[in-house]
Design a binder for this molecule. Structure first.
Ligand code: CMP
Length: 136
């Protein structure tokens, strides 16, 4: 691998609730992103607020934190070539309506809020987000 990376992926409550976890994991594996660690958890609204604090000035922040803490989620460390960008390409645009065909959000997303998955947006944030959920 010329540029191995790790990134954090979250399968959000809407997708866990619809039993899409295994299908979404299979997409990562099929596309050469190894699942190094994974766990199903439910976080508090305060933990969600900490996780999403880069968005704290946004009008959707409160709803976003309420949503991420509303049910079980699956958090994963994905590893592979250019994993951060590769995962974002597999996820597709934030708004499922704007996502390309065959991306995870196009296939499974319900709305911009219930968009089934989260993925780190940079190598630096991937490190922070992995550490948030998988403190060593
Ligand atoms: P995610 O990749 O988890 O990062 C922040 C989340 O905020 C995003 O996915 C969306 O689910 C949610 N969100 C809600 N409204 C908006 C918006 N207008 N723009 C961007 N993200 C939004």
């Amino acid at each position: 691998m010329s540029n191995p990376q790790q990134t954090l992926s979250i399968i959000k409550p809407d997708a866990v609730e619809r039993n899409l976890t295994d299908e979404i994991k299979a997409i990562f594996v099929k596309n050469n992103l190894m699942i190094k660690e994974d766990k199903k958890i439910q976080i508090s609204k305060e933990e969600a607020a900490e996780f999403y604090k880069v968005h704290q000035s946004k009008p959707f922040y409160d709803d976003l934190c309420a949503y991420l803490s509303s049910g079980p989620i699956v958090v994963m460390i994905l590893e592979g070539e250019n994993a951060v960008l590769h995962n974002r390409n597999l996820m597709g645009a934030t708004d499922p309506k704007k996502a390309d065909e065959n991306t995870i959000r196009k296939l499974y997303g319900i709305s911009i809020d219930k968009n089934s998955v989260h993925g780190s947006d940079s190598v630096e944030n991937a490190k922070k987000e992995i550490n948030f959920f998988f403190k060593s």
